[in-house]
Design a binder for this molecule. Structure first.
Ligand SMILES: Cc1cc2nc3c(=O)[nH]c(=O)nc-3n(C[C@H](O)[C@H](O)[C@H](O)COP(=O)(O)OP(=O)(O)OC[C@H]3O[C@@H](n4cnc5c(N)ncnc54)[C@H](O)[C@@H]3O)c2cc1C
Ligand code: SF4
Length: 513
């Protein structure tokens, strides 16, 4: 019988995972490690590091309670080598296994580093499929094979059919696959009104220990954990799921794209962190959403909108990541080289929309999709920031950030740096989009309708400047025709004034760190 060392990473916290299904405590040892490298290879925010360490420590408790032998390296152990590779080498020396086993990790870099350790010790490393997804990377590769263009919609439909989710026989429930057009509401002038309270959890003793550790060892890292409230155990994650289904799912679709100054949580699920740490399985999440549809609690537009995020986008971006890495990380199709402006680390800006999105990110490690795509992401794209620097920021600041999901969203969907593999066109808009979808512009010193002059909205200036700078390549994209037509309505003088104002705006931004 092989003597196995079963590796469990910080985002693999499910006691029902397939690698643990046939554990034999007499022969097998489990290994988990907190290491500095995971918080420093990109600058991980205090919120993000706290989520990972606290959830890992709670999970270690669960494993120990089952009587399973566990080697666990703590970050503050003076003998901690600081790297996964170093800690694994120590565990191998201690447990003397004949085989290493793990669930496929969420990060290409980590897989390479663990493979190298296995090779150096002449040990076989068995990498098992992650059952916390509906599809495998092989399914995605088969889907992609021979297609000229990849689009979410077709993969999503395939998964709906394969898994019988929101289906009536072979047809989608309600007769259509997609209710996106119904899911673009704003809150209107009157605002969102009384919002359901988010589900937050008071830090227990384990989390408080981690918070002290993070404030001490990672004092210079960005953000604050004064208001930490994320689920860090399976039990808490189930409560968070239940409260989302009960209180927010019915309005999820309608307000999916809406923003409102100072309102962080709105009708979103806030479940990405629990899903990505594997405290929740997406199957149970979608079963709960489908049940809400069938018992009349939530309308089809809301449930389909939610299902599309998890069965569609979440699976799709994972397929993109694993079929495109490692080259994907180098994508810079728009030749963007500006450093990330300092305001991303401080929130110190007079642009109201950016300030709101960045400040809540620093405070909670969370921003909803449209804030990430159409506020922080859009500004970086229009500004012309080096996509790798944008990627490092997103991977560091959000509690749900793991590279398999963060990178395609940032580099592909938001920065168009993969040249259109993820998205059929760059997501670009002027300040008028923000004005339509939020109330930010009402309290801002800038005017979203102006592209030049003292009160010109930087988003609007940079938008026209972006279209002008990339007009030749964008002209090949049929989905950009309308936007370029509008650009061509501007006189040469107007375009010149916009380009000058855009340059002035860039020059006024403090250079990145
Ligand atoms: C630039 C950028 C970076 C992003 N980085 C991450 C990241 O690091 N980690 C992450 O989980 N998501 C990321 N996303 C996707 C999305 O913004 C978050 O999943 C979502 O905002 C999380 O909040 P929520 O749980 O309230 O989501 P909800 O709005 O409630 O959506 C429900 C669930 O659907 C899934 N989902 C929704 N959109 C996406 C998507 N585009 N890709 C993959 N899954 C999706 C998530 O699991 C989410 O919990 C990123 C998006 C952008 C534009
Ligand atoms: S005016 Fe421009 S900068 Fe100000 S909130 Fe609106 S979009 Fe943002």
């Amino acid at each position: 019988m092989p003597k196995r060392l079963i590796l469990i990473l910080g985002d693999q916290l499910d006691a029902d995972a397939s690698v643990l299904s046939d554990i034999n405590p007499a022969h097998d040892t489990l290994w988990m490690a907190e290491v500095m490298e995971e918080s420093t290879h990109i600058a991980s925010s205090k919120q993000r590091t706290t989520v990972f360490l606290s959830a890992m420590r709670h999970f270690a408790q669960t494993l120990r309670a089952k009587g399973w032998p566990l080697i666990y390296s703590e970050l503050d152990n003076p003998h901690n080598t600081g790297t996964l590779a170093g800690e694994l080498a120590k565990a191998i020396a201690h447990a003397n296994p004949t085989q290493l086993v793990m669930t496929a990790p969420g990060d290409w870099r980590v897989l390479q580093s663990l493979r190298a350790v296995a090779k150096a010790h002449a040990l076989p490393l068995k990498v098992c499929d992650d059952t916390h997804f509906f599809s495998t990377v092989r399914d995605f590769a088969n889907h992609a094979h021979g297609r000229k263009q990849l689009r979410l919609e077709y993969f999503y439909r395939e998964l709906r059919q394969k898994n019988g989710i929101l289906m009536e026989g072979k047809k989608p429930i309600g007769g259509q696959w997609n209710f996106d057009a119904d899911n673009r509401g704003s809150f209107g002038k009157q605002g969102p009104g009384l919002l359901p309270a988010p589900t937050r959890f008071a830090p227990d003793a384990i989390t408080q220990d981690v918070m002290r550790l993070v404030n001490n060892k990672l004092a210079a890292h960005i953000g604050s954990i004064a208001q930490f409230g994320w689920p860090v155990t399976r039990e808490q994650a189930l409560v968070a799921l239940d409260e989302f289904i009960t209180h927010r799912l019915p309005s999820f679709g309608l307000y999916q794209d809406a923003m409102w100054e100072g309102e962080v949580w709105l009708y979103h699920s806030h479940l990405s962190c629990a899903l990505n740490l594997k405290l929740l399985n997406p199957r149970e999440v979608l079963s709960a959403a489908e049940a809400a549809l069938h018992n009349g609690h939530a309308p089809l537009e809301a449930v389909e909108g939610f299902v599309r995020q998890i069965l569609g986008w979440r699976e799709y971006v994972r397929g993109i990541y694993w079929t495109q890495m490692p080259g994907y990380l180098e994508g810079n199709a728009q030749n963007a080289h500006a450093p990330l402006p300092e305001l991303y680390w401080t929130g110190d800006t007079d642009m109201a929309c950016l300030r709101d999105a960045i400040m809540q990110t620093l405070q909670h490690g969370y921003a909803h999709h449209i804030q990430r795509l159409m506020v922080t992401g859009l500004y970086a794209l229009l500004f012309g920031v080096d996509p790798k620097q944008v990627h490092a920021w997103y991977l560091g600041v959000y509690v749900d950030a793991v590279e398999w999901v963060e990178l395609p969203n940032t580099l592909g969907m938001s920065q168009f740096a993969d040249g259109g593999l993820m998205a059929s066109k760059p997501y670009v808009a002027s300040g008028k989009y923000m004005d339509r979808m939020s109330n930010h512009c009402k309290g801002c010193r800038y005017d979203p309708a102006q592209s030049t002059g003292d009160t010109a909205c930087p988003f609007t200036t940079l938008y026209w400047d972006y279209l002008g700078r990339h007009a030749d390549t964008l002209a090949k994209n049929p989905r950009m025709v309308m936007q370029l037509k509008n650009l061509n309505r501007l006189s040469p003088e107007q375009r010149e004034a916009i380009a000058a104002q855009a340059q002035k705006h860039r020059d006024t931004q403090t250079r990145g760190r």
